[in-house]
Ligand binder design. Structure first.
Ligand SMILES: C[S@@+](CC[C@H](N)C(=O)[O-])C[C@H]1O[C@@H](n2cnc3c(N)ncnc32)[C@H](O)[C@@H]1O
Length: 261
């Protein structure tokens, strides 16, 4: 079997950390899927206008390995069989995303929120057919239990120390980098240590969350996550090492290191 991508996702999100685990239903972001030229895909797209949603089958090209029992990011730290999850680490790393179709113009599809990073190869597109594809009353398996627990569990407040606020403002103003939306969303749901959420316990009440190439240090107080400081994820040596030019946010990390020694 051999697949050729029919196109690529263009969404501006470079880091896996920036993308949600599933498309955010309440977001009004727009993204694009650009199909390859010279393959008659303009004809293949005919009649797609008029469908409100499409299925996008994609290839999780950033993953090189899979695990039979991954640790899902939501809920208690419990491994599940990969075929009972939507983990992107699969024997055939095929993604399946249902997304609103906003426009088709030539080879460019404008779509709603996605859970895929920029450049993800697209293998196929199919119309979402509500009368065939939707079974809203189906049992949710282990996810049903997790969703119920999350629904009833407390939300953590988020406070940012003055020092961390200065660091975050510096990143935003100097480099246009802001990972706090996704980080705070995850932390407010559950800040406890978790391998897939990449939260590590560093001391009795000190935790570190990896946000792509950045690190966010926090402690817990009552029902609140207190963000103490930010750090870069790479050492000076690896940032300067030849061949590592493609480290995400590399220049910003070098400048951050020089500013916050
Ligand atoms: C949990 S998967 C679910 C995807 C899809 N809804 C499904 O069920 O197949 C979505 C996650 O895959 C990761 N991801 C997105 N694009 C990727 C890519 N091109 N390669 C590897 N991982 C990717 C991101 O971390 C994102 O949060």
């Amino acid at each position: 079997m051999q697949f050729e991508p029919i196109g690529y996702v263009r969404c501006g999100k470079q880091l896996k950390f920036e993308t949600p685990h599933q498309p955010k239903l309440d977001s009004n972001e727009t993204n694009r899927i650009i199909l390859e030229p010279d393959r008659q895909f303009d004809l293949a797209l005919q009649d797609l206008n008029g469908f409100e949603r499409i299925w996008v089958l994609s290839w999780f090209n950033r993953n090189q390995s899979w695990r039979p029992r991954p640790l899902p990011p939501r809920g208690p730290a419990k491994r599940r069989g990969v075929f009972a999850t939507r983990s992107p680490h699969r024997p055939n790393p095929i993604g399946l995303t249902c997304v609103p179709l906003l426009d088709v113009d030539g080879l460019v599809l404008t779509v709603g929120p996605l859970d895929l990073v920029d450049g993800t190869p697209v293998l196929d597109i199919k119309p979402y057919i509500r009368t065939i594809d939707a079974f809203p009353d189906s049992k949710l398996g282990w996810i049903g239990e997790v969703e119920e627990t999350l629904l009833n569990s407390r939300r953590f407040g988020i406070e940012v120390s003055a020092f961390a606020r200065r660091q975050l403002d510096w990143l935003q103003n100097q480099w246009g980098i802001d990972f706090t939306g996704r980080a705070f969303e995850l932390l407010s749901l559950d800040p406890t240590p978790h391998r897939t959420r990449r939260i590590l316990q560093m001391g009795p009440n000190e935790f570190r969350m990896a946000c792509g190439p950045w690190r966010l240090f926090f402690h817990l107080q009552d029902e609140c996550v207190i963000v103490d400081r930010i750090d870069k994820g790479y050492s000076d040596e690896s940032l300067m090492a030849e061949g590592n030019e493609r480290i995400p946010d590399r220049d910003a990390q070098v400048a951050f290191g020089a500013t916050y020694r």
